[in-house]
Design a binder for this molecule. Structure first.
Ligand SMILES: CC(C)(COP(=O)(O)OP(=O)(O)OC[C@H]1O[C@@H](n2cnc3c(N)ncnc32)[C@H](O)[C@@H]1OP(=O)(O)O)[C@@H](O)C(=O)NCCC(=O)NCCS
Length: 155
């Protein structure tokens, strides 16, 4: 992309747009629900046991065009359980800006966020059908450590 992409921590004024993007990534939650969630993360009122960062990608012409939500997990599949790992909880770039390096910039910033907490490993996941996400993870140096099928049964 020709325009400069700035990656920065999300601010309160980003929350409306972020709620829409969260909903696109996690459609089981409504825009309103995601709005409340992201607002509490950004204004620091969310009750958290581990820190969470919401980082956004912004361009001058169109504002916020993507985000990454990163946190710390005490352990993650394939990672050393001796210390917390940075974990990519959510990663999204608006459709018209994909394939121009914005996602890579967001992941680099998420990794930097985790490094600041002393992490030496990063974990992430993608559903098996999400081929694009798997390719993008692989392109950014993430190796597959496990493939999983989840089950449920009503009791
Ligand atoms: C996954 C996603 C965030 C990647 O964002 P992006 O800005 O397009 O990523 P980048 O442009 O930085 O791509 C980095 C590399 O990933 C790979 N890649 C990305 N999209 C790809 C695609 N559609 N097909 C094949 N490889 C792809 C490429 O190697 C690419 O580098 P290149 O363009 O120099 O070849 C974006 O596709 C997205 O928002 N998808 C929908 C939401 C989603 O699935 N999120 C992940 C949930 S686990």
């Amino acid at each position: 992309m020709r325009e400069t992409v700035q990656i920065r921590a999300a601010r309160l004024e980003d929350c409306k747009r972020l709620a829409v993007m969260f909903h696109k990534l996690w459609p089981t939650g409504s825009i309103e629900e995601h709005g409340k969630e992201v607002r509490s993360l950004v204004d620091g009122t969310a009750k958290l046991t581990m820190p969470i960062g919401v980082l956004v990608a912004e361009i001058e012409r169109d504002g916020v065009i993507g985000f990454v939500e990163v946190d710390l997990r005490s352990h993650a599949d394939g990672c050393d359980p001796a210390q917390p790992v940075g974990y990519v909880e959510g990663w999204y770039v608006a459709e018209k800006y994909r394939r121009s390096g914005v996602g890579a910039k967001l992941i680099a910033a998420a990794e930097e966020w985790a490094r600041e907490f002393g992490c030496v490993e990063m974990g992430s996941d993608a559903v098996i059908e999400n081929d694009v996400s798997q390719r993008a993870h692989a392109a950014l140096g993430y190796e597959v450590v496990d493939r999983c099928v989840h089950f449920r049964k009503r009791l």
